[in-house]
Design a protein around this ligand. Structure first.
Ligand SMILES: Nc1ncnc2c1ncn2[C@@H]1O[C@H](COP(=O)(O)OP(=O)(O)O)[C@@H](O)[C@H]1O
Ligand SMILES: O=C(CO)[C@@H](O)[C@H](O)COP(=O)(O)O
Length: 595
């Protein structure tokens, strides 16, 4: 690598390398690094000090929940659902960041010590800017808001989100998000036009999946041609956050950009694929950033609006944003052989690789840490919300844990019952419809009959609440084990993260099913932690004027992960039987397409 691409091919307009304002080496010891994670249900902030250690009384400095704290948007679990269409208001993400900063300021957070900031975002979701929207933001963010130091903005808005609403900044006000499953026809069309599912996978790292940005764009271009024509720039949700921080268009980064189905996974520098762009929508190249930038690129400085309102230093740098899973790679400081299971709204399984070997199941993204590194990943949509629904509102997580662990009806192996949960449509296996209840199988019988048990049968009616609760955990562990085996992945250890990583019982089930040790770290929000570490990495690369290996910037930090569950040999056999049964059930096609 010849130095970090600060501008030029990154599409960033100004080079802060030689003029980094208050971000000097001399005062770096007092500096703080801010990581923001805009995920499905909430926004979280993690702050690190100059040495990369967590700053503040608790590891997550502050959070904003979309449903409860921004209830005016009427989301449930952070989204609006209309059949298979799932969206979130684009402006809610901007409002959420401003509310988060308000809360941090009320807590006395020293914004003036922030040296660099980076964001993480739920992957694949897209934002459609109008020309007048970006112009309004440039105007609003580039002028004094105190009325003392420059021309005043011709607007009554006191907050950026209000100004974006006033200017109708988004041609499509509801961002399609990763839970959307309404684009099956568009996926089929893209694969057909581009040269087949396998070709698309080899080129982009993944075959077409409903939640990917390209089919979402195609759908909007077909169904809302005027809004599409009115769109000046399409960007990922993570990139929206970098954009509002710099007050201008930021570029998508290579890691989150790999989840768009538009970029060539192997190209360096990463390029949009002409083949894909042509298949998806007219003039698409003109509506994207020039090309995805490295995740450690600097995108600009925190804009004047945030400087004046919250007290950020004028030179605080904004590094490229990335997706939540790529950010977790940074937050967990992944080593070779480590596998992550992120139990957030989605469940994801991923690791690092030096080769991109895409298949028709799962995805390959670019790593956010190094140029020639890849991130193979499998994503499941029946994650925490499905577990919450099985738990029920009357039962707390600790009661849920006690029930699964102690009830006589639900020992490991669940007394012969395997549940398969598609309470929302699923990504792997690809199931485009949802079921009100689990499909239950008697797994001893699956070799002769892979059909689910009759819901009206005595066997299903006698399934206890404890068995359902165990079944939803065992299902995830069994399915993930089989999908990993298909991809040839044999983890040496598993790092758990996300809200579900709080569950000791789940960790033990994973250890028993996969027969590996399970680790967690105190900060379950590894995505925000990773964003903060990446902000620091980007600043250090920037100061050095060259790429520095991410590992070198974190290897002085003590390991924070602890082993929370060890595999118990005595349960390996029962889980092997369950895994074989699941293999037959999924292989029989009764569930849906493999991936
Ligand atoms: N003790 C627990 N056991 C299992 N799941 C939990 C527990 N505590 C919280 N969760 C789940 O964690 C989810 C939130 O995880 P999080 O990683 O913050 O999601 P996201 O980043 O997608 O918004 C909630 O939906 C909740 O169901
Ligand atoms: O679609 C994917 C990964 O491909 C999801 O993992 C999203 O990135 C959502 O993340 P969470 O909000 O569940 O963390």
């Amino acid at each position: 690598m010849d130095g970090i691409p600060v501008d030029g091919r990154s599409g960033v307009r100004h080079d802060a390398r030689h003029d980094s304002g208050n971000v000097g080496k001399d005062d770096a010891d007092a500096g703080l690094y801010l990581g923001l994670d805009v995920s499905t249900q909430s926004i979280k902030a993690v702050v690190l000090d100059a040495q990369g250690k967590v700053y503040g009384a608790s590891s997550t400095y502050s959070t904003v929940s979309f449903d409860s704290e921004l209830s005016m948007y009427g989301t449930q679990g952070g989204v609006h659902r209309d059949g298979t269409r799932v969206t979130s208001p684009s402006v809610m993400f901007v409002h959420g960041i401003e509310l988060l900063f308000d809360k941090m300021r009320a807590n006395g957070f020293p914004f003036d010590r922030v040296r660099a900031v980076s964001a993480s975002g739920q992957q694949h979701g897209s934002v459609f800017w109008t020309r007048r929207g970006i112009e309004a933001m440039r105007q609003f963010c580039g002028h004094s808001h105190s009325g003392e130091n420059g021309a005043s903005v011709n607007s009554a808005s006191t907050c950026l989100y209000q100004e974006l609403q006033r200017a109708r900044a988004f041609a499509v006000e509801a961002s399609p998000v990763w839970m959307d499953a309404s684009t099956s026809a568009h996926c089929d069309a893209i694969e057909k036009l581009a040269g087949g599912a396998d070709f698309v996978a080899q080129l982009t790292g993944s075959r077409a999946y409903e939640r990917y940005t390209a089919p979402q764009i195609m759908k909007i271009a077909i169904e809302r041609p005027l809004d599409y024509r009115n769109t000046d720039r399409i960007m990922l949700i993570s990139t929206l956050i970098a954009s509002i921080l710099i007050g201008d268009y930021a570029s998508d980064d290579v890691a989150d950009g790999s989840g768009m189905l538009l970029a060539e996974i192997q190209s360096e520098p990463m390029e949009w694929s002409d083949t894909m762009l042509r298949c998806v929508a007219p003039d698409l190249r003109t509506k994207l950033c020039e090309r995805p930038v490295h995740s450690y690129d600097i995108q600009g400085r925190v804009n004047r609006y945030f400087v004046e309102k919250y007290g950020f230093p004028a030179g605080a740098l904004v590094s490229a944003s990335s997706g939540d899973n790529p950010n977790s790679v940074a937050g967990l400081r992944l080593a070779a052989g480590d596998l992550v299971m992120s139990l957030g709204t989605s469940d994801t399984v991923f690791g690092l690789s030096h080769e991109a070997t895409p298949t028709l199941v799962g995805h390959v993204y670019r790593s956010p840490l190094a140029p020639k590194q890849f991130l193979p990943l499998i994503c499941y949509s029946n994650g925490s919300l499905t577990r919450e629904s099985v738990k029920g509102t009357a039962c707390s997580w600790s009661e849920f844990e006690a029930l699964v662990e102690n009830d006589a009806s639900s020992p490991p192996g669940n007394n012969g019952i395997l549940g398969v949960f598609f309470l929302v449509s699923e990504i792997v296996p690809r199931v485009t419809h949802s079921y009100d209840d689990a499909l239950f199988f008697d797994y001893a019988e699956a070799s002769t009959s892979p059909e689910p048990l009759d819901p009206a049968s005595d066997r299903v009616r006698s399934i206890t609440h404890a068995q359902r609760c165990r079944a939803v955990l065992e299902y995830r562990a069994i399915a993930a084990a089989q999908h990993m085996a298909h991809l040839g992945v044999t983890p040496k250890r598993i790092l758990l993260t996300g809200g579900g990583a709080r569950s000791q019982v789940f960790a033990q089930i994973l250890a028993d099913v996969l027969q590996v040790e399970i680790f967690t770290q105190p900060e379950h929000n590894s995505a925000a932690l990773g964003a903060a570490l990446r902000a620091r990495h980007a600043l250090l690369c920037h100061q050095a004027g060259t790429y520095i290996a991410f590992g070198e910037t974190v290897n002085h930090l003590a390991p924070t992960e602890t082993c929370v569950a060890k595999p118990r040999r005595e349960y390996a056999d029962v889980y092997n039987v369950m895994k074989q049964a699941y293999e037959r059930i999924e292989g029989s096609g009764v569930l849906g397409r493999p991936g």
